[in-house]
Each structure stands twice: as structure tokens, then as C-alpha cells.
Ligand binder design. Structure first.
Ligand SMILES: [Zn+2]
Ligand SMILES: [Zn+2]
Length: 303
């Protein structure tokens, strides 16, 4: 199994001279098994280039694509209307997501192509697009992949995914805050309230389930949007630091951690420093830390 990073930014795209080396497109990762089947994790703006590659590979022939969304914030769905296979008749796109609002998924995700925002509604695309709700803790079999959705702590909820195939595994953990404040049930503008006993136990449960799901995983891609001083200023945004990721991966005895969902303000020079310093911190803990960059392809499995 290998994974390709098509977009590694959080929040919004930041192409330009300051981000040429790590990339400016938002969240999108492709997983490929040895038999050639694939999964797409998140549909940020990086999905556009992935769609071009997939359309080229298939020579314009229809295909089935599985798209697993962490949640439906813009930086995780904006590439969907620009995904070239959506315009190939006979193609099927199965979108999986957590439903946290009362609206139907097709309305929420299709909302980005409402006529006020976009010339062509997603429902009018030639491909057949279908929506599936995921349930944290309930496994799914997609082609040869065994997929486990994992609850995360992000405003109004998000899910991570553990993917097992080819005798190895990868996990995709975006977006999540650490487990000190309740974010998964609310919008941050409501303010962080004092934790009730019930809140504390629900956060402890989410954290314990996450660690349990990551045990034995070879490679974990984790939301490390913030550096520690930034996190202190914005704990309610719903993102973690590399320290938080190392703590979780250390408990789960993960072999390799990939830093991901980089803050848009982190230019290439800063990212070089981040990569160097956390590589050393990871090594001290026995974890191989890699910083994701657009276009990077990683082989999953023991070295
Ligand atoms: Zn995000
Ligand atoms: Zn988000």
C-alpha cells in the first residue's frame, strides 16, 4: 500500500513562492493498494490534480471512486466540483462522511455547488454521486480495504480513518484538537465552557478509542496544524500540535507519524525548521516523524 499527498494545508489554499516546496493545496490524500485499487481521503483543493491523474490513468473510462471525508469544512470538500472523473459518464463516486447536522449529506456537500456559488450543481454532473453516512467504530469493507472510522474532537465532529490492506495499515487523523475541551458538539464561538463530568468522560472515551484504533498502525497522518505557542492562543479552533500527535502515537506504539494539515501561515522556511526539530523529537521517542509535502509518495509498511 502507498499513499500520495495531493494537498497538505489546512483552512485555505496558499499557493505561491512561499509554499512551493511543501505545497499550498488543501487536504487530499490518495491510498493505493498493491492490486491498484484506491481510496481518496478528503476532497480539499488537492483533489483537482488527483482527478486529472485518475482520468488520465483510466483513459476516460468510467470507474468507481471511494471518497472518505473527515468532515465537511471547506478545506476538506472544495475540490469535489473540480474532480475530473465527476464529468466522465458512467463513473460512480461514493462519498462517505459523518452526519453531524440535521441536513442530509447530499444537501450539505452539494451545497457548495448551489447556483449562488457555482455554475453547475453537483447533481447535474455526469457521474453518479452517492452519499453514505459513517459511524465511528463501525468497520466498512471497500474493495480490498478494511476501513475503521474513528471519532475525533473538532467543532461539530470529524472522523479519522484507519485503513488496513496488503497486510499493513495507515491512519488518517484530520481534523482534531487534543482532548481537553469539548469541541465535537459545538461551534467554538459559543465559548469553551467548564467541563461537566459527562464532558470529561466523553473526551476520555474519544481519546481512548483513538489510541486503541491506532495500536499496530504502521503510518499515522495526523493534524498538526499548530505549533505549541499558536495552539495556546487558539485552543478552540479544533487542531493539534506535533506534541499532541507524538503523545497519541507514542501511546499507540506507532512506527511512523506524518505531520499534516499545515497552517497556511507556515511558509517553506518555517516548515523546514518544523520538519527538522520534530524529526529529532520523534527519534528520541522511537517514532519516525516525516513532514508531509504536496506530491510526496510514501510506502506504507515496515521499511
Ligand atoms: Zn481542516
Ligand atoms: Zn475543520
Amino acid at each position: 500500500m502507498d499513499i500520495t499527498f495531493w494537498g497538505v494545508r489546512g483552512s485555505y489554499p496558499v499557493p505561491g513562492p512561499q509554499t512551493v516546496r511543501y505545497g499550498g493545496q488543501t487536504s487530499c490524500v490518495e491510498v493505493r493498494a498493491a492490486d491498484g485499487t484506491g481510496l481518496i481521503l478528503d476532497a480539499g483543493t488537492g483533489m483537482r490534480a488527483l482527478g486529472q491523474k485518475l482520468a488520465r490513468e483510466s483513459g476516460g473510462a468510467p470507474h468507481v471512486h471511494h471518497v472518505l471525508l473527515s468532515h465537511v469544512h471547506w478545506d476538506h470538500i472544495q475540490g469535489l466540483p473540480f474532480f475530473e472523473p465527476a464529468y466522465i459518464p458512467g463513473t460512480k463516486i461514493a462519498v462517505y462522511a459523518l452526519l453531524t447536522a440535521s441536513d442530509e449529506l447530499h444537501q450539505v456537500i452539494g451545497g457548495i455547488t448551489r447556483h449562488e456559488f457555482f455554475p453547475v450543481p453537483l447533481e447535474a454532473a455526469p457521474a453518479q454521486i452517492e452519499y453514505h453516512e459513517v459511524d465511528p467504530g463501525v468497520r466498512m469493507q471497500l474493495d480490498g480495504f478494511d476501513v475503521l472510522p474513528i471519532a475525533l474532537n473538532h467543532p461539530y465532529g470529524a472522523v479519522g480513518y484507519r485503513v488496513d490492506a496488503d497486510g499493513t495499515s495507515v491512519a488518517y487523523i484530520a481534523d482534531t484538537a487534543p482532548f481537553d475541551e469539548v469541541l465535537h458538539k459545538q461551534h467554538f464561538l459559543r465559548g469553551l465552557e467548564t467541563l461537566t463530568d459527562e464532558d470529561r468522560s466523553s473526551l476520555d472515551q474519544i481519546r481512548a478509542d483513538l489510541v486503541a484504533a491506532l495500536v499496530g498502525v504502521d503510518t499515522v497522518v495526523y493534524d498538526t496544524h499548530f505549533l505549541p505557542d499558536e495552539y495556546k492562543r487558539f485552543p478552540h479552533y479544533g487542531h493539534s500540535t506535533p506534541e499532541h500527535a507524538l503523545e497519541i502515537c507514542g501511546e499507540a506504539k506507532v512506527r511512523r507519524l506524518v505531520l499534516y494539515h499545515h497552517a497556511p501561515s507556515h511558509d517553506d522556511d518555517l516548515m523546514d525548521e518544523v520538519a527538522k526539530s520534530y524529526r529529532a523529537k520523534g527519534a528520541a521517542q522511537g517514532i519516525d516523524v516525516i513532514t508531509s509535502a504536496e506530491g510526496m509518495i510514501l510506502k506504507v509498511g515496515p521499511p
